[in-house]
Design a binder for this molecule. Structure first.
Ligand code: NI
Ligand code: MN
Length: 226
């Protein structure tokens, strides 16, 4: 599985040729100017909630790829009115089956409104099972005991956790979250994009290491194979 990082909380997963894009916020991110949004042509877009820093480029990428957009009922209906017709509405606890594997919507503790201020339902995270791997994408969230439910059903091969603090959990809570979901490998997200979420990256990596965990902080534009 190949993982590409496009800045903030936006990643793409290439699972045996199927491309899944998560929370696209690229054209509004000054740190991601090197990413060519026009070149993105995913098969699916997963959205964790309606905030602009997670959904900004959905319409553009949909127009050029006609990918399926998967999120909560409220988020996909907001996009459907704007012409994004290939959608799959889901909600907490639900699992959907795809050709690449399954996606389950899990709890996140945060808020959700659409960029125009309209109601955005409740925020979610995703548990993706594909290619023999379990992958957890936390979305924007605080640390919550609900994460233990994920860990109780088996180990997670790697997990995407927000670590920027202020709007989401920070470094220390992400370590606790990694223990809850039963993973040793974390890819950090939702940090350094804005001044209030700037972090000390050396401290973050060391703190994870001290707790027996591996934290990967990808460079924008970088891809890794896991
Ligand atoms: Ni948010
Ligand atoms: Mn956010």
């Amino acid at each position: 599985m190949i993982i590409n990082y496009y800045g903030h909380s936006c990643f793409s997963l290439n699972i045996d040729g199927t491309r899944i894009l998560l929370d696209p916020f690229i054209s509004g991110n000054p740190k991601a100017v090197s990413v060519d949004v026009d070149a993105l042509s995913p098969d699916y877009i997963l959205l964790s909630h309606g905030h602009q820093d997670h959904v900004l480029d959905v319409e553009k990428i949909y127009a050029q790829s006609k990918c399926q957009v998967i999120s909560t009922f409220e988020v996909v209906n907001w996009f459907a009115v704007k012409g994004v017709e290939n959608v799959l509405p889901m909600n907490h606890g639900g699992k959907a089956v795809f050709n690449f594997g399954t996606v389950k919507m899990v709890n996140a503790v945060h808020s959700s409104s659409m960029p125009d201020g309209s109601y955005g339902g409740n925020p979610v995270g995703f548990l993706i099972e594909a290619s023999g791997k379990r992958i957890y994408y936390a979305g924007d969230t605080a640390l919550t005991l609900d994460m233990k439910l994920i860990g109780e059903t088996g180990k997670v091969d790697f997990a995407f956790f927000p670590i920027g603090d202020n709007f989401t959990m920070g470094i220390e809570d992400a370590v606790k979250g990694a223990e809850f979901v039963n993973t040793k490998k974390v890819i950090g997200m939702h940090y350094d994009t804005f001044p209030v979420i700037e972090i000390d990256k050396d401290y973050a990596v060391e703190y994870f290491q001290k707790n027996g965990l591996d934290l990967t902080l990808m460079t924008i534009g970088e891809s890794i194979e896991l």
